[in-house]
Design a protein around this ligand. Structure first.
Ligand code: PDD
Length: 286
């Protein structure tokens, strides 16, 4: 089935959607994005993603392409037009184009480019990968310093995934100044003696929407949480570990740099949090 996508006010078959070659998203990764998951044909944590999008845009002095209400309507319409029961919606806003390449921002009245498309992923919630758990490697974090802004500068995270694949693993955690920052496309956690440890929010990591929800749900379930810097060696000695993201929810981690965690299978806290997260998110979906 040809997907229907959204480009600057129009719903089009994916083969007919066009953006200028001078668009700054294309030339300079001058763009921000969001990924929102869909379960039971409904949006998970739309509000959180809309708020973070606004923040990313503000941090880069980029214009908001439309109101939150319009964004919600576009998301819902794409879900409906593409018959998505389980999957993802990708949204990207760029600084647009004034018809040439220049490091200086284009004129203030340049319209931002707004693109959205769906990814149909039946079985996303009941994923075999989550039952198996992920094997990860650690790599240096050489990204820029504003990782709290969700920009489309994803070359290094993409290289990181490729390094993981080359090592026979699923993903990579990045390490800076001796401490784990986050995964290539997720936030990172380990569990030791029942306590969940994760890096505190700063400009060093993306402020994950799933992170916020999962930490709230963990606290409600009386789980102990500590937000602090941690090393990859601490994580290797953990009882279990996991990651969170809108695209994989709570994903157990079973091995770090070849060292199995616990008995090398998904840990009880990660499994429980995945269940709680999916359950609660389905109830709150819009
Ligand atoms: N990635 N950290 C990074 C570097 C990310 O790219 C992501 C999300 C997260 C988790 O954020 P959230 O819980 O809001 O999805 C953390 C998305 C899913 C992606 O790039 O596809």
């Amino acid at each position: 089935m040809t997907r229907t996508v959204y480009v600057n006010g129009e719903y089009l078959p994916e083969t007919e959607a066009k953006v200028s070659i001078f668009d700054r998203g294309f030339l300079m990764a001058d763009a921000v994005y969001e990924v929102t998951s869909v379960l039971d044909g409904k949006l998970i944590d739309f509000e959180g993603h809309a708020v973070r999008l606004k923040r990313s845009l503000n941090e880069l002095q980029m214009a908001e392409p439309c109101s939150k209400e319009e964004l919600l309507e576009i998301h819902r319409k794409l879900v409906e037009l593409n018959g998505i029961e389980e999957g993802l919606i990708y949204l990207q806003v760029t600084r647009g184009s004034d018809g040439d390449r220049d490091f200086v921002f284009p004129a203030e009245d340049t319209k931002p480019t707004l693109v959205l498309f769906t990814q149909n992923k039946p079985g996303l919630a009941d994923s075999p990968a989550a039952k198996k758990g992920a094997k990860i490697i650690s790599i240096d974090d050489i990204r820029w310093g504003r990782r709290d802004i969700k920009t489309t500068q994803l070359l290094y995270p993409s290289l990181g995934k490729m390094m993981a694949k080359a090592a026979g693993c699923d993903d990579a955690w990045m390490v800076e100044d001796g401490h784990v920052t986050e995964g290539t496309s997720n936030n990172a956690y380990f569990v030791k003696n029942g306590k969940i440890v994760t890096r505190p929010l700063s400009s060093d990591i993306l402020h994950g929407i799933t992170r916020k929800a999962v930490l709230r749900m963990a606290a409600e379930a009386q789980m102990e949480i500590e937000e602090r810097l941690f090393t990859i060696d601490e994580a290797k000695e953990a009882d279990e570990a996991f990651t969170t993201s809108a695209s994989a929810f709570v994903m157990p981690v079973v091995e770090i740099d070849g060292v199995p965690l616990g008995d090398g299978t998904p840990g009880p806290i990660a499994k429980r949090l995945r269940e709680i997260y999916l359950d609660e998110s389905r109830k709150a979906a819009i």
